[in-house]
Design a protein around this ligand. Sequence first.
Ligand code: ADP
Ligand code: ASP
Ligand code: MG
Length: 403
Amino acid sequence: MLKVLKFGGTSVGTLDRIQNVAEIIKNIKDDGHDVIAVVSAMSGETNKLIEYATHFSKSAMPHEMDMLLSSGERVTSALLSIALNEQGYPTTSMSGRQAGIVTDNAHTKARIESIDTTNMKQAISEGKTIIVAGFQGISQDNGRVSTLGRGGSDLTAVAIAGAIQADVCEIYTDVDGIYTTDPRIEPKAKKLDKISYDEMLELASLGAKVLQNRSVEMAKKLNVNLVSRSSFTPEVEGTLITKEENIMEKPLVSGIALDKNQVRVGMYGVTDRPGIASAIFTALADANINVDMIVQTVGVDGKTDLDFTIPTTDWEICKEVMQKFEEDAENIDYNEAICKVSIVGVGMKSHTGVASKAFTALANENINIRIISTSEIKISMIVEEKYAELAVRALHEAYNLDQ
Ligand code: ADP
Ligand code: ASP
Ligand code: MG
């Protein structure tokens, strides 16, 4: 089999941890498989590099940020390659460029356009284990290094697995699979054997950072057999992320996600006229701001209130954009002390009473819900950030996820 393995930051966080990864790869090689390993930067490294840049500038040129941040993964790929080679396993490390990964020019959040697998196929045919520096490629027009957004090594692994038609893509991290919620918040969370691409995509998009959302989207598109498992307990089988039809028993709710990186923007006393929402949200879209939940109240006396949420990282740009609309509202305020809790499950499509159970669970804890939004397989609620963990645990219990 050809296996693509990905090792995240904590899995390669120290030299001992890198040796542990070498052992995992050696065992898989000894079983007769070909291996392409994608590695993250050592844990904390990417954040440290961002801090270094911020010391000089709060708005560093995106292509220079990419030059800087891509170095973290290159360090790990070379170290792991050196370690394995020393232990008698022929290897070659590859940067994103050498692995043939071409992206668009959206530096710091580039999208993969294509992967030329020639180099990787050549190395495999020579019996080498390939160690790819995750999270990076080269941008097609300017030829500079690009990075794929935070958590982007997951995407590197899935995209390579899809392009080279690997038999499996295993994402090794510090938990042994996908749980009903973050086990660090709710120790009673249960590991799932399988979860559908769509549910995993919602959980990842709604804050469960165990897999990067774009990697799940790509796995679904390219039909990649995706497994989440632990480098700390490699003997334990992980969670398979697969097509919905491969899952026999469909629970009503599969998981709960929490996202603390949200800001609520409130516009009060907005002049209620045709085109106002269009003007505001077009301006935000033009600034590449990812607006999430939007609520407009019924207008009274020609005035209305408008609430929406954005990621904390877009807050500064959002404030700039909103300056244009100061005349249109009596007051604009920002609240960062909020979070979004979401319940996700394909079973919701065919059942009633799912939402009311969530609202009751939060009411019983005296937690006020500020905004609600629903789609076919999810319900999201904005609550005060200080209630984040309590809300997750209350919902987890309400749907009996610990059983
Ligand atoms: P890596 O550095 O390996 O990429 P991450 O820190 O990005 O790892 O993701 C792993 C973390 O995701 C876990 O330590 C866990 O706290 C968190 N997590 C959030 N939601 C879940 C979930 N539903 N199941 C498992 N882990 C989760
Ligand atoms: N090192 C990058 C990050 O911390 C990419 C990754 O680990 O996936 O976001
Ligand atoms: Mg990650």
